[in-house]
Design a protein around this ligand. Structure first.
Ligand code: NAD
Ligand code: ZN
Ligand code: ZN
Length: 361
């Protein structure tokens, strides 16, 4: 058995996305079908459409989603039909070398659905990040569903499924930002703005938001940035050092994914400080740094995969903080749109007009 639903598909590299009818199989063992309520538009969806992630077209886009479990397959015990869930792309296996070493947030063998969703002619779809949620319903591994409090808005909750979790986790988990720290965040789109929010949550004393767009800096200030730097107008390294007693920040979070911004992060950090790269570079990018500076400046140069999050630990906790009014997830939802407006949302993202457009179904 299977069912047909409407979904947003990227058929070929660089071409506009289209609304298609897709076939969603009934859940097999360990799988779940989720009725999507909301799904944010992330830069990574655009990367997929542009062929920047792989060539496995056609892609079923969308991966920052919340919805309600409709059906589960054999052996599924963690979630049940009717549960309100956030979808994640880290359903940990429990058995790989990372999991066995007690670091499941690095899991190297995360679970996705075993069956494939298809176009009506049988062409197999590649779901973005193993999710594919610009769709009325999607098929995932049951472990990709994290149950959270139903009182949260689906539009806000879904954002924890990728970009906002990546940003908050870059600060809290990867950067280990702590009370009294100074933090600089370079690039304050959805991910960077969330890193600002995460740094505030962690008790950072000084949070310096850096972007080339004043609108993003205004939002960052609303979310907790104590200082802002427009890097079109001033030198980032000098500005961050000026704001930190001449030394640089304890933690610098790079949320753009480019060599020039990484270099800024590297030099805007205090001796023995930490750089966290959460922005995703493209294959042709190269970085050159004096090795003596890598040694001499010390500290840690880290990458943050999905904010080093553990969905079962982090999603319910962050939703609780949201419901208590301590984590403003609503601030990330610039606009809500319909399923057939994803292409327009890419355009607005490209022009920097939005933090997040969220598809409501
Ligand atoms: N590591 C992860 O797990 C993970 C998860 C989700 C997204 N990402 C990545 O994070 C990055 C940011 O994603 P997003 O959704 O926030 O994108 P976005 O387009 O919303 O934000 C990017 C921001 O960077 C700013 N910017 C661009 N060039 C800049 C420069 N030279 N200096 C300073 N600011 C600059 C833009 O003005 C914009 O505000 C992307 O590379 C995305 O793929 C990583
Ligand atoms: Zn694992
Ligand atoms: Zn994403």
């Amino acid at each position: 058995m299977s069912q047909q639903v409407r979904a947003v598909v990227a058929r070929s590299k660089g071409a506009p996305v289209s609304l298609e009818t897709i076939v969603v199989p009934d859940p097999g063992p360990g799988e779940a079908v989720v009725r999507i309520e909301a799904c944010g538009v992330c830069h990574t969806d655009l990367h997929y459409r542009e062929g920047g992630i792989s060539d496995d077209f056609p892609f079923l886009l969308g991966h920052e989603a919340a919805g309600v479990v409709e059906a589960v397959g054999d052996g599924v015990t963690d979630v049940a039909p009717g549960d309100f869930v956030i979808l994640n792309w880290r359903a940990v296996c429990g058995q790989c070398r990372a999991c066995l070493r007690g670091r499941p947030w690095y899991c190297f063998a995360t679970h996705n659905a075993g069956q494939r969703m298809t176009l009506t002619d049988g062409t197999e779809l590649s779901p973005a990040l193993g999710i594919g949620a610009f769709a009325e319903k999607t098929l995932v591994a049951a472990g990709q569903c994290t149950k959270v409090d139903r009182r949260a808005s689906a539009a806000a909750a879904g954002l924890l499924g990728c970009g906002v979790m990546a940003g908050i986790g870059a600060a809290l988990n990867t950067g280990s930002v702590g009370r009294g720290d100074s933090v600089a965040v370079i690039g304050c789109g959805g991910v960077g703005a969330a890193a600002v929010l995460g740094s505030k949550l962690a008790g950072a004393a000084r949070i310096i938001a850096v972007d080339i767009d004043d609108r993003k800096l205004d939002t960052a200030r609303r979310l907790g940035a104590t200082h802002t730097v427009n890097s079109k107008e001033s030198d980032v390294v000098d500005a961050v050092r000026d704001l930190t007693g001449g030394f640089g920040a304890d933690v610098v979070i790079e949320a753009v994914g480019r060599p020039e911004t990484y270099r800024q992060a590297f030099y805007a950090r205090d001796l023995a400080g930490t750089v966290v790269l959460v922005g995703v570079p493209t294959p042709e990018m190269k970085l050159e740094l004096p090795l003596l500076d890598v040694f001499g400046r010390g500290g840690a140069l880290k990458s943050s995969w999905y904010g080093d999050c553990l969905p079962s630990r982090d999603f319910p906790m962050l939703i609780d903080l949201y419901l208590q009014g301590r984590l403003d997830l609503d601030a990330f939802v610039t606009e809500t749109i319909a399923l057939d407006e994803v292409e327009k949302a890419f355009e607005r993202m490209h022009h920097g007009d939005v933090l997040r457009s969220v598809v409501l179904l």
